[in-house]
Design a protein around this ligand. Structure first.
Ligand SMILES: Nc1ncnc2c1ncn2[C@@H]1O[C@H](COP(=O)(O)OP(=O)(O)OP(=O)(O)O)[C@@H](O)[C@H]1O
Ligand SMILES: [Mg+2]
Length: 345
């Protein structure tokens, strides 16, 4: 699995693990991994997961979800931004290290992980222990919105009233950062994957078809758009009939999927509105003049930024690429002493 094996000797690695996707940044090389948060392990004939070794991470592991032979597990260890499978998280991190670094130069790397802003102490300890379990020599944790600011080149220590929204696969998070600290955080446990699950249920109930998560996601991409797009009024869906169990197909309309998406979009807008209303009076001017940073995969939905701007009435700074958190974390790992105050645990 060695990846950049000829050029990288392990020293420092920054990892940003999300519910849906994970990024790895190496100083001097940039983001060298941006793939689904899935790991597949082979248990070598044993039935316990802890006796396994990693066979795939990222896209190749995602392809194996639900299709692994016995004694292999394809695992999604993070749900709603939180570790739900501790061993799986260790394997994921091990798999990333193996993928990125050459075995022949193997030294235990120093590691920094981004963690969600609203995380509890126990949840952060889990992240730290998972990194240690994957044999990091030293582990640092940094909250994602702060890492993102640093990655964007904003002076996290000296800026005030920076609001950051991240709409991802499992969670929509709104934070306000002031002088390097998160002074407000609201986590709504809603993301793109909830929309996919709702599409899956809709297709099962209304079209009597069983489809997989990937199909549901691609139907959602094609049919949900905030700016109406007449190119795709309906799409054909292939699945397995609920009744006969045989392959079958149906057509699903734009309006059906849009209704599902709108329900979740309204919840997201409400959470942002409540967050803006909670901004302390002294900071609101700065929040408005700084603009709100908008990130996360769901914000790529066509028209998402415009809709939020319209509803909230504050300009959004749209971040088309989502590497900033991993980049910012990497920058911190270069000089941890400088950033000591914002590292957690
Ligand atoms: N063009 C697009 N249109 C709509 N949704 C999209 C688009 N691109 C990505 N997404 C959605 O974004 C989500 C993934 O976003 P992201 O990678 O930011 O999540 P994550 O960081 O892994 O999760 P979280 O932050 O919730 O833990 C998925 O649900 C995906 O379907
Ligand atoms: Mg995320």
């Amino acid at each position: 699995m060695a990846y950049l094996s000829s050029i990288l000797t392990p020293r420092d690695i920054a990892i940003s693990i999300g519910t849906s996707n994970t990024q790895v940044h190496i100083n001097g090389h940039g983001v060298i991994f941006n793939e689904p948060t899935v790991v597949t392990i082979d248990c070598n004939g044993y039935t316990k997961k802890r006796d396994g070794h990693v066979v795939a991470v990222g896209y190749s592991a995602k392809k194996m979800l639900g299709r692994t032979p016995q004694e292999m597990y394809a695992i999604r260890p993070i749900k709603k931004s939180i570790i739900v499978d501790f061993e799986g998280t260790i394997y994921l991190i091990k798999g990333l290290i193996e993928k990125v670094f050459s075995k022949s130069f193997f030294r235990k790397p120093r590691m920094i992980l981004t963690v969600p802003a609203g995380i509890t102490e126990i949840e952060s300890i889990l992240y730290k222990n998972a990194a240690n379990g994957a044999e990091a020599s030293e582990t640092y944790l940094i909250q994602e919105p702060i890492a993102m600011m640093i990655g964007l080149g904003i002076d996290a220590f000296n800026s005030t009233g920076q609001m950051i929204i991240s709409a991802g696969g499992g969670v929509t998070n709104v934070s306000i950062v002031s002088f390097g600290k998160i002074i407000y955080n609201r986590s709504l446990r809603i993301g793109g994957e909830d929309m996919d699950e709702a599409v899956l249920s809709l297709v099962k109930d209304k079209h009597s078809l069983l489809i997989g998560e990937n199909t549901a996601e691609s139907v959602r991409y094609k049919l949900t758009t905030i700016v109406r797009n007449s190119d795709f009024d309906r799409v054909a869906i292939k699945g397995r009939s609920v009744f006969e169990g045989i392959p079958n197909m149906s057509y699903i309309n734009n309006s059906e999927v849009q209704r599902v998406a709108d329900y979740y979009l309204n919840l997201i807008i409400d959470a942002i509105r409540v967050s803006v209303e909670s901004v302390p009076r002294e900071l609101i001017g700065e929040v408005i003049s700084n603009g709100i940073i908008l990130s996360g995969g769901l914000s790529l939905m066509e028209g998402f930024k415009d809709l939020i701007e319209l509803e909230i009435g504050i300009p959004m700074i749209f971040m088309g690429d989502f590497h900033c958190a991993a980049l910012g974390a990497s920058m911190v790992l270069k000089e941890p002493e400088k950033y000591e105050k914002i590292l957690i645990l």
